[in-house]
Design a protein around this ligand. Structure first.
Ligand code: SF4
Ligand code: SF4
Length: 512
């Protein structure tokens, strides 16, 4: 190509659209609301008429604001010649990288159609000899504790009972749900406020994420678990003390082995002050903690954090679910952690390289069972709380996660969906049209924290009610008696080896 021509020097492949906003001009009143509300600018005005422009991600905002229901979003048929091996997804990825030369980013959990092991597991129910318990007439307890547990109970002569260990701080929650860590920066101020408000109302705990804690949120301290990640963003004495629990974040399910990633576009003044980083710079946490290369190093940091919080907060460790998760969890308990949080392969994220999100880690179902079994075999399980998340979508998943061995289900994406998220996987672009994963003032204003919190509260109250009904139907009167009760689960999936690893019987096998 001649240097003098105006033609571009780099050949860019223009990719076919995936979605198309389709407008019914019989009912459209040309109010232009869809144009003004679409933060991806996928709808335009031409000759005073609303028309699709391209770049639609199916966020659904236009549908929600249209006063005459005149707009719908249609997924477009593939424009690629069919090929069983070179799928459209593969080819789109190659074209995008040939255009940009960069790592493909995405958000939310993986959207690859992997099997969901929760769906291969059936719960047991009580019949005849083990009668069920009606939660409308009898107590079915869902109170749950986060923190170090007494290792054992000793019955001494002349005394009643003595707890051995577990004298440390412990948090009582009304239900076995923890709102997962979503950081300020990844989500908006209003989103984090809504989550903390919901946690307070539900009497549960919400994770702060690794972005520090804005001083406005100190009023929710009793319901926040702070995070100390490898970047140490926003970590100082007041941050640690203004939370109910402290968690060392070693890994995250959506990007095991990697550090956090917040694009510079989202680092506004408020975020830079809270995180204690320069305005507009990418916030990239180092992959490892540079002071943790062994269990002994981890033990030191746990001790330091306990001391920094005057032994008044449970201190836990969050890890991504990986193949050696049982041994790692054992080391974490021996290092003195009060709780372990395990984040599964399908966990959400505000931004992650797609290659990691879609290809690395371990399904949470397997990780929970392996950790619970390993800690039980080593006599350690009764010392800690296990929180587990990364793929828990509904109360049935939560109940199965608990029966597999978790004390607490950690949930984030479902809470976001309750607030309005459409799982369009565009959080990393900072343009969330629902005001959730954005720092743009006009978009943030779209989320009312009170209303969003109320929706999260209703969702989890409903889950807790379903939990009470299901365990009552299993003849169990307390969620603590469900924890690790794998004998009440049966595997009916395609791979019996998975059942063996998880310590599950297959369908048709009886008790005992
Ligand atoms: S919001 Fe609905 S009525 Fe208004 S311009 Fe868009 S499609 Fe037409
Ligand atoms: S938070 Fe917003 S940008 Fe992210 S997936 Fe949900 S709707 Fe899309």
């Amino acid at each position: 190509m001649s240097e003098k021509t105006d033609r571009p020097k780099r050949m860019e492949t223009r990719l076919p659209e995936k979605f198309m906003p389709t407008i019914n001009y019989n009912t459209c009143v040309q109010c232009k609301r869809c144009v003004n509300e679409c933060s991806f600018q996928a709808i335009d005005v031409r000759d005073n008429k609303v028309v699709p422009k391209g770049g639609c991600v199916a966020c659904g905002r236009c549908i929600a604001v249209c006063p005459t229901s005149a707009i719908e979003i249609r997924p477009l048929p593939s424009q690629f010649p069919p090929h069983g091996n070179w799928t459209e997804r593969m080819r789109r990825g190659i074209y995008a990288q040939a255009n940009s030369g960069g790592v493909l980013l995405s958000s939310c959990g993986t959207d690859e159609p992997y099997d969901v092991i929760f769906e291969d597991i059936l719960l047991d129910a009580a019949q005849v000899t083990n009668p069920s318990i009606d939660p409308l007439r009898e107590p079915v307890e869902t109170r749950t504790y986060l923190g170090g547990r007494p290792g054992r109970i000793e019955v001494c002569e002349g005394e009643h009972m003595k707890l051995c260990g577990g004298e440390g701080p412990i948090i009582e929650m009304d239900m076995p749900i923890m709102l997962g860590h979503v950081s300020l920066g990844s989500v908006s101020y209003n989103t984090q406020k809504a989550l903390f408000m919901a946690a307070k109302e539900l009497n549960i705990i919400a994770g702060s994420g690794e972005g520090g804690l804005h001083e406005d949120f100190y009023v929710y301290a009793d319901h926040i678990c702070s995070e100390v990640a490898s970047g140490r963003f926003g970590v100082n004495a007041s941050y640690l003390k203004n939370t109910a629990a402290v968690e060392i974040k070693v890994g995250q399910g959506a990007k095991p082995g990697l550090g956090g990633h917040l694009p510079g576009e989202k680092v506004t003044k408020l975020i830079s002050e809270t995180r204690m980083i320069p305005l507009g710079t990418d916030a990239l946490s180092p992959y490892p903690h540079h002071d943790i290369y062994s269990i002994e190093d981890l033990q030191q940091l746990i001790s330091v954090l306990k001391e920094a919080t005057e032994y008044g907060r449970p201190v836990g460790v969050k890890i991504a679910a990986v193949h050696n998760v049982g041994a790692i969890a054992s080391g974490i308990v021996r290092a003195g952690a009060d709780f372990i949080t395990i984040d599964g392969f399908k966990g959400g994220t505000g931004s992650a390289p797609r290659v990691i999100r879609d290809n690395a880690g371990l399904p949470i179902e397997v990780a929970i069972a392996v950790v619970d079994k390993r800690l039980t075999d080593e006599g350690l399980r009764n010392r800690v709380t296990i929180a587990a998340g990364g793929g828990i979508r509904c109360s049935a998943d939560m109940i199965k996660a608990i029966a597999l061995g978790a004390d607490i289900a950690m949930v984030s994406t479902a809470a976001m969906i309750a607030m309005g998220c459409r799982v369009c996987q565009q959080c990393h672009r900072g343009l969330c049209p629902w005001g959730i994963a954005t720092q743009r003032e006009d978009l943030m204003a779209r989320l009312d924290p009170e209303q969003a919190a109320a929706r999260v509260v209703r969702l989890f109250r409903a889950w807790n009610e379903e939990l009470r009904e299901v365990i009552g139907g299993m003849g169990i009167d307390s969620v603590e008696s469900l924890v690790g009760n794998r004998d009440r689960l049966r595997y009916m999936g395609p791979n019996p080896k998975i059942a063996e690893v998880m310590g599950l019987k297959t369908v048709g096998e009886g008790w005992g």
